[in-house]
Design a protein around this ligand. Structure first.
Ligand code: ZN
Ligand code: ZN
Length: 170
């Protein structure tokens, strides 16, 4: 969905209401995939005033995530409502992380702003359940679903796992 910037500029102070539903592609941050995909319902309004676009945006997203312990996929619900000010790129100093849109743009896609609101609501270490047991670092099984392999060093807690590997070689 696009915000009609050119039209908003023609009628300063007039609210442009919008709403929609969209599926977003994976969202990455700092080299990590934070969301595998998101189904987003959103609504809001945009007003052009004082040389800026003021955006009120509310969203509800079903975000598909990967558990940081067991790698299983699960759905996290994100609800977020925020007021955002969009400035033309040339107005913003480089160190600012304000929201911008390209100078002289006639229309601006809403997706990047939806993505960034979702990202701001996602924790860095997603868990499928608070008590997820994760993958065994020694035998690799998903401990939520199975027990350790019979010869897993983790079953011999009295022996240091590194020593256990040496013993296996003998
Ligand atoms: Zn998990
Ligand atoms: Zn194990």
């Amino acid at each position: 969905m696009n915000l009609p910037i050119k039209q908003l500029k023609k009628e300063p102070g007039m609210a442009f209401p919008f709403s929609g539903q969209i599926e977003l592609p994976p969202i990455a941050h700092g080299g990590t995939v934070m969301a595998q995909g998101s189904r987003v319902t959103f609504h809001g309004r945009a007003v052009y005033q004082g040389g800026k676009v003021h955006l009120t945006l509310a969203l509800k997203a079903e975000v598909e995530r990967e558990c940081s312990r067991c790698l299983a996929h699960f759905t996290q619900t994100v609800e977020k409502e925020e007021e955002i000010t969009l400035r033309e790129e040339h107005e913003v100093r480089l160190e600012d992380d304000d929201f911008t849109y390209p100078d002289e743009a006639e229309e601006v896609a809403i997706e990047p702003y939806l993505q960034s609101l979702i990202l701001s609501a996602l924790g860095p270490k997603p868990l499928c359940a608070p008590d997820c047991r994760g993958l065994c670092p020694s035998c690799g099984v998903n401990l939520n679903e199975e027990e350790h392999h019979p010869d897993c060093p983790a079953l011999r807690p009295e022996v240091d796992p590194r020593l256990a590997q040496l013993l296996d070689l003998l």
